[in-house]
Design a protein around this ligand. Structure first.
Ligand code: CP
Length: 313
């Protein structure tokens, strides 16, 4: 097996090979052991500087990247567009080039516009990590989701995973579909037809419009929030009616002929797509996903930093 990635940037799961994904998992296995020891820090990125550029709200991804970078001993700077000169009209490219003039090696970018990470990778001299670009991709979320399934079940191959909710606006759904299919899983989606992309069949996933049938089919249900901030029109009558048809609660789970595992990338809207008792039940992998996010992001940053050093030689 190779010990480096086939890519210089992490722009999306679409651009990774199955070997890349397995290498990230094996590296994350080692980092997970380290961050569970009393001394959680290693000097691996001591001479690397990372800029975290967040042009959109985030709790988990931002804090998880920041902690991963600190655990690897990188120097870090944090930028949030809400209190920056973006509000005075500065472009993304000018903002990033000014930050790179301060000698930055890796840029972690969250941006509301699909394609912004690819655009930066073509126009600046730094390794770019996509931390979520609009409705396009959220590769580290998909990696930590698949890593959490692998941790619980030992293997992902042939596992049946249904992704439930707002597939149309979800970068998590797209990255998960790419990642799980590369790892040999069977993937379906479930939700109202109005929240399904037109190109769904080209992704090789089937669609359930009935929640009970979807949950009976799957081993794992990954439940997504309704992304109201990305919806310019109403895609269903009301959140209450969405919850009645597609909300996962304990009575829905108790009506199944088997136990299934529940995942959610967060943020959660309790009582809409998922009930509190399911979030907090032992069906849920939600906090394992968050914990695994740090090890996965350490692995991604460590492997990309190895490519930087190769490029410098
Ligand atoms: N899952 C996820 O991307 O959460 P945040 O938006 O809080 O980063």
């Amino acid at each position: 097996m190779r010990n480096n990635l086939s890519v210089n940037h992490l722009l999306g799961i679409k651009y990774l090979t199955t070997s890349d994904i397995n290498l990230i998992f094996q590296t994350a296995d080692n980092f997970k052991k380290i961050i569970n020891q009393p001394i959680k820090k290693v000097p691996s990125l001591r001479d690397i500087t990372i800029a975290n550029l967040f042009f959109e709200n985030s709790t988990r991804t931002k804090l998880s990247f920041e902690l991963a970078e600190k655990r690897l001993s990188a120097d870090i700077i944090n930028f949030s567009s809400s209190n920056s000169s973006v509000n005075k009209g500065e472009t993304l490219l000018d903002t990033v080039n000014n930050i790179l003039a301060m000698k930055v090696d890796i840029v972690v970018l969250r941006h509301p516009n699909p394609g912004s990470a690819v655009f930066l990778s073509r126009n600046v001299k730094a390794s770019i990590v996509n931390a979520g670009d609009g409705t396009h991709e959220h590769p580290t979320q998909a990696l930590l989701d698949a890593f959490s399934i692998r941790e619980k079940f030992g293997d992902i191959k042939a596992k049946k995973i249904v992704i439930i909710g707002d597939i149309l606006h979800s970068r998590v759904a797209l990255s998960n579909i790419f990642c799980l299919k590369k790892l040999g899983a069977q993937v379906s989606v479930c939700g109202p037809s109005s929240l399904m992309p037109k190109f769904l069949s080209s992704l090789g996933v089937s669609h359930f419009s009935n929640l009970h049938e979807a949950l009976e089919w799957c081993d794992i249900a990954n439940i997504l929030r309704i992304q109201l901030e990305r919806q310019d029109v109403n895609y269903f009558p009301s959140l209450r009616e969405y919850a009645m048809s597609f909300g996962v609660n304990m009575s829905v789970l108790n009506n199944l002929s088997k136990e299934i595992t529940i995942m959610h990338p967060g943020p959660i809207n309790r009582g809409v797509e998922i009930s509190s008792d399911v979030v907090d039940s032992n069906h849920s992998l939600i906090l394992d996903q968050v914990e695994n996010g740090v090890a996965i992001r350490m692995a991604v940053l460590f492997l990309l930093s190895g490519k930087l050093n190769n490029n410098k030689q």
